[in-house]
Write a protein that binds this ligand. Sequence first.
Ligand code: ZN
Length: 149
Amino acid sequence: MKCPFCGHSETQVVETRVSEDGDFIRRRRQCHSCEKRFTTYERPDVTFPAIVKKDGRRIEYERVKLRASMNLALRKRPVSTEQIDSAVERIEEKLLSLGVRELPSNRIGELVMRELKKLDKVAYVRFASVYRSFEDIDEFKTLVDEVRR
Ligand SMILES: [Zn+2]
């Protein structure tokens, strides 16, 4: 990496340290020419796709929101925090692995439903009924029948 002071192309890492919470690496480098020191930070490249809402608006992915909607569906259900955490992680891994810049909100909704279905059938039905905004009781019944099978 080039020296930011003199532009010399050879610099050396003199110290490497992992941040306290482990989410980045801090490196002290020294220029071979002017001998000045500078710091670089290395972080994982985690950019979630932007979420495209039904009305075309783009919003940023937020874990808090995802978690909140799952918590609502899982309210008073016998599912541990750890289980929800792992589900959120799997959803996020999937989001990152898609390698796309944008994703329609219904795709995320489907990922959430897939996880909820494995965690708790009641939560799944709750989430799906809100998410798919059923118009009548028959649609709801179809979903419940589907879960029963
Ligand atoms: Zn230099």
